[in-house]
Design a protein around this ligand. Structure first.
Ligand code: GN1
Ligand code: MG
Length: 374
């Protein structure tokens, strides 16, 4: 980060202490994230998370920050009431000196700042199933805490974010427009998506028929969006709240499985390494049902396995669409990055299709183990 922008941000936000340094974090495909270190008079280190919001992806940044302010205040009250640590178990926004929860710099970049969760770490992959079990408990709890949050007060900052029918339509448009001229490079992958059109409407049809409840959901439940306590390894705080919007519990469950139950990385080039780990699927299902199971309906529980397939298909279709559009949405490190990412997602979809009955049996076993009868 260049010095002039650091100086500008130091003047813009209400930071405490003497500034020491800034460093960039490289997780995430959308925003630019930095850690700012300060030294307090007491000698204690004081860190903040400073983010440049991607306003190409988030077209309504003010509305997004209103969502974030509402949800973080609500969660902070919950943590307080339950005797938790408000510095570590929830995020809060550090306001700009103007009093606004964000700052727009001289080049029109949109900045916001959070407390930094200390004594905790994030994980980029599932090293053992306990980590995944703990992530699941954290996301399940997150959903339960927000169960009574006034859903109508949330703006849909990215309309139809997980509406797979509309994602499918966007995908077909990307193929038809072929802005980058790359569609010919991805014939097989395009076919893979087109063959699965009927899957795309399953959950949306159920929602429209009143068979699934609309909830306040996170919508980006990647493993690296949970902070784990360094000592206990418990998931203490769910982060990356930019996509908290009305949605289906199944979006959150399925997206977690997509990322964390894959035996390979999201951008693994060797697709023979990609498969669905039934062990990790079980760990996540058990953790999620431990905290959220009582609040889920029978229909939600029945669709858990399918949602894993659908969210993986959807994400793959988004990567492929972006490849064909010319990489305008996700950050990429090399020209075929989005194509590589979509291939891992489709390999995972294919493996889930083979294992779907086993996954359904695992969901039933977990319900029995936890005494959940629906
Ligand atoms: C993006 O920024 P990050 O990495 O948490 C994306 C998610 C995708 C994910 C795929 C706002 O999340 O929807 O599932 O990449 N976020 C947005 O890794 O589009
Ligand atoms: Mg993230």
């Amino acid at each position: 980060m260049d010095n002039s922008i650091v100086t500008e941000l130091l003047n813009a936000f209400q930071f405490e202490g003497e500034f020491e340094k800034s460093s960039q974090l490289h997780d995430g495909h959308i925003n630019n994230t930095y850690v700012f270190d300060f030294r307090k008079e007491s000698g204690k280190l004081n860190k903040y998370l400073v983010q440049e919001l991607n306003t190409y992806v988030f077209r309504q940044p003010e509305a997004l920050m209103e969502n974030v302010m509402g949800v973080t205040s609500y969660m902070r009250e919950y943590v307080k009431k339950n005797g938790g640590d408000i510095e570590r178990e929830c995020l809060y926004v550090i306001p700009a000196k103007s009093g606004k929860p964000y700052y727009i710099d001289g080049e029109n970049r949109f900045w916001r700042c959070y407390n930094f969760i200390s004594g905790a770490h994030s994980c980029q992959s599932v090293e053992n199933s306990e980590v995944f079990f703990n992530a699941a408990k954290a996301f399940g709890k997150f959903q339960c805490i927000l169960a009574d949050y006034p859903i109508d007060s949330l703006s849909e900052t990215i309309p139809n974010f997980h509406n797979t029918v509309s994602r499918f339509a966007d995908f077909k448009k990307a193929v038809a427009d072929n802005l980058s001229g790359r569609a010919a490079q991805a014939k097989e992958e395009i076919e893979f998506v087109l063959k699965r059109e009927s899957d795309c409407s399953v959950l949306i049809d159920m929602l429209n028929a009143g068979e699934l409840p609309l909830r306040v959901t996170h919508n980006d439940t990647k493993l690296n969006n949970v902070m784990f306590d360094n000592e206990t390894n418990e998931g203490i705080c769910v982060v990356d709240l930019d996509t908290v919007m009305p949605g289906l519990s199944l979006y959150d469950f399925g997206d977690s499985i997509r990322f964390g139950a894959n035996t390979a990385a999201e951008d693994e080039k060797d697709v023979s390494k990609v498969s669905l780990s039934l062990e990790n699927f079980k760990a996540y299902t058990l953790g999620y049902l431990t905290t959220a199971g009582e609040s889920l309906t029978k229909n939600e529980i029945e669709q858990l396995a399918f949602s894993s397939k659908l969210m993986t298909l959807e994400c793959g279709m988004r990567f492929l669409g972006d490849f064909i559009n010319g990489d305008t949405y996700f950050k990429t490190e090399y020209p075929e990055h989005n194509l590589v990412r979509c291939r891992t997602q489709f390999a995972l979809v294919a493996d889930i299709e083979k294992k779907i009955s086993e996954m359904q049996a695992i969901v039933c076993d977990c319900c029995k183990e936890l005494g959940i009868s629906k």
